[in-house]
Design a protein around this ligand. Structure first.
Ligand code: PHE
Length: 361
């Protein structure tokens, strides 16, 4: 065997390290080359028998050798670990190509390219998802950022922080699905996207201009305008000097951009505990063009959502000074927008999985 201080030793050792093909093999090599029973350790022990001068020179040589061997081991270890990570990622990889195909760019006329035209393959975006994408585009164009939050919420985010303490009568507006976990009635499926307002305000300081789309849940019997699982997009602006005029202007710009100029929108006074003053906003029913039909319960108008000036109590709940900052919020149904934009008389068809509907995505 070559001794540690022979010329060939280091080369041999480095080749051994480079040849270790698994992390286990490398670990064994490390024990053999640098452990207590290694030639390096034996050589260090033997130093004691040498005269001082020689001991110093040899000692230095041994230190250098050990440093080189350890550096080679570390380098090889990181190469093998990276390879192992790559393998693990490859094994975990999901094939999302169908989704990608569905999210492919639109063809002429704003429609997604259809299967069979040879360009995008299978998969479609559901009409509701398409509406959500388009609404996001409209708001991003107006300078808003997009945020989201969890569908399973705590009572505090869904109600309390929004100025609805336990037993507040306004909770009755939201027929809530509670989860069977501790504490009782403490965890629920969010009934609106408004809890995301709170989450955003906990993360960011004003100025905030954000929209928060997502899925919501209410114990509701499905009918022409309601589904127990539906989608909302929440909007929140918190800044200095915000007025109700900014809110009304934002809603008007969004309805004009999304529905086109021939749809009328109106605000009506309403009550929400987290905004004051509050309003509901409605658009002309596109099914009857305002003359009254089953879809709009013969009113000629369909409610899209609620809005108002953020109540100071909400700002206080997240530690923002209501003397300095104010804002507005709105929340409206994405499914309702889909329904009105595409003239769908009964919202339940959105969930029927009828291919004639699905193909339109
Ligand atoms: N969260 C309310 C609802 O679902 C709508 C709303 C949002 C009202 C924001 C005012 C401000 O009914």
């Amino acid at each position: 065997m070559v001794s540690v201080l022979d010329d060939g030793w280091l080369g041999e050792v480095l080749a051994q390290v480079a040849g270790a093909s698994t992390l286990d093999a490398l670990h064994e090599a490390a024990v053999e080359l640098t452990g207590k029973r290694s030639a390096l350790s034996a050589a260090r022990q033997a130093l004691g028998a040498l005269p001082p001068d020689e001991r110093r020179v040899r000692g230095q040589q041994l230190n250098d050798l050990r440093a080189q061997v350890e550096a080679a081991l570390a380098e090889r270890r990181s190469v093998l670990q990276a390879a192992q990570r790559r393998l693990r990622l490859a094994a975990d990889r999901l094939d999302l190509s169908e989704v990608l195909a569905a999210r492919a760019p639109r063809g002429a006329g704003g429609h997604r390219c259809v299967p069979g035209d040879g360009r995008w393959g299978r998969g479609r975006v559901h009409l509701v998802q398409r509406t959500r994408d388009e609404l996001e585009d409209v708001f991003v164009g107006m300078g808003f950022t997009v945020a989201d939050g969890p569908e399973v919420e705590t009572d505090w985010y869904n109600f309390e922080a929004l100025n609805m303490p336990p037993a507040h009568p306004a909770r009755g507006m939201f027929d809530t699905f509670y989860l069977d976990v501790e504490p009782p009635d403490g965890v629920l499926l969010r009934t609106h996207t408004s809890p995301v307002q709170i989450r955003v305000l906990q993360r960011r300081r004003p100025p905030v201009y954000a929209v928060m789309p997502g899925r919501c849940f209410r114990r509701e019997t499905p009918d022409a305008r309601h589904l127990p699982v539906f989608h909302q997009v929440e909007g929140l602006v918190v800044d200095e000097g915000i007025t109700f005029g900014d809110l009304a202007g934002t809603i008007e710009s969004f309805t004009a951009a999304y529905f086109g100029a021939d749809i009328d929108a109106r605000l009506r006074p309403a009550f929400f505990p987290f905004t004051e003053p509050s309003a509901e906003f409605e658009v002309t029913c596109t099914i009857c063009r305002g003359s009254g039909c089953r879809t709009c319960s013969h009113t000629g108008w369909v409610e899209l959502g609620g809005c108002g000036m953020v109540d100071p109590a909400v700002l206080v709940a997240v530690g923002i000074d209501p003397e300095r900052y104010g804002g507005f919020a709105f929340g409206f149904g994405i499914d309702r927008c889909t329904q009105m934009r595409h003239g769908i008389a009964d919202m339940r068809v959105l969930l029927d999985n009828d291919v004639r509907i699905l193909r339109q995505g």
